[in-house]
Design a protein around this ligand. Sequence first.
Ligand SMILES: [Zn+2]
Ligand SMILES: [Zn+2]
Length: 212
Amino acid sequence: MTRTKAIIIPVTPFQQNCTLVWCEATKRAAVIDPGGDLQDVERAIAKAKVTVDKIWLTHGHVDHVAGATELKARRKAAIEGPHRDDLFLLQYVVESAGAVGIANAANVTPDRWLEDGDRVQVGELTFDVLHCPGHSPGSVVYFNPAERLAIVGDVLFAGSIGRTDFLGGDHRQLLDSIRDKLLPLGDDVAIISGHGPTTTIGRERATNPFLQ
Ligand SMILES: [Zn+2]
Ligand SMILES: [Zn+2]
């Protein structure tokens, strides 16, 4: 029986996959990438009957983080991640939100920056932190080895990879991150991406046109 539960809540005009992850044993939860539409996130939290302890950010783009500061205030949850190299993006949230139609945005000051090899915890669950720059300099991936689950933000998508034409993006670095950090996790690992459907490492290794 799985000890991890997850619900995906698409938020913002970008249909960003905000993900509520919780430990079934303790009902303690983390909200990953609360980019906005907090009423929808709150509805999922209430339905799951969980207590939110943590807010985890995969990277600093506005559609992933614009609701984090407000959710922290409401839930008294600690913001962890991304890597410090996305600081410039977290300070630019309010300025960029208006232009893309995201309401109630706030800049973000994480309670904890994450480094490659760090671990984050919620309830009895532990996720390994993988620093995967390329889409943004400070992108991180959250990987639960026991549950074979990785939450990858905009590093890797079903059939595609993250854009690298934003400030701080680097296509070669992104491919290196995917090859060196994600593919070795194993073909059986389930992937929740920042946008679009879920997939697996194995499916992307075999069919993703950017990885052939
Ligand atoms: Zn992004
Ligand atoms: Zn995104």
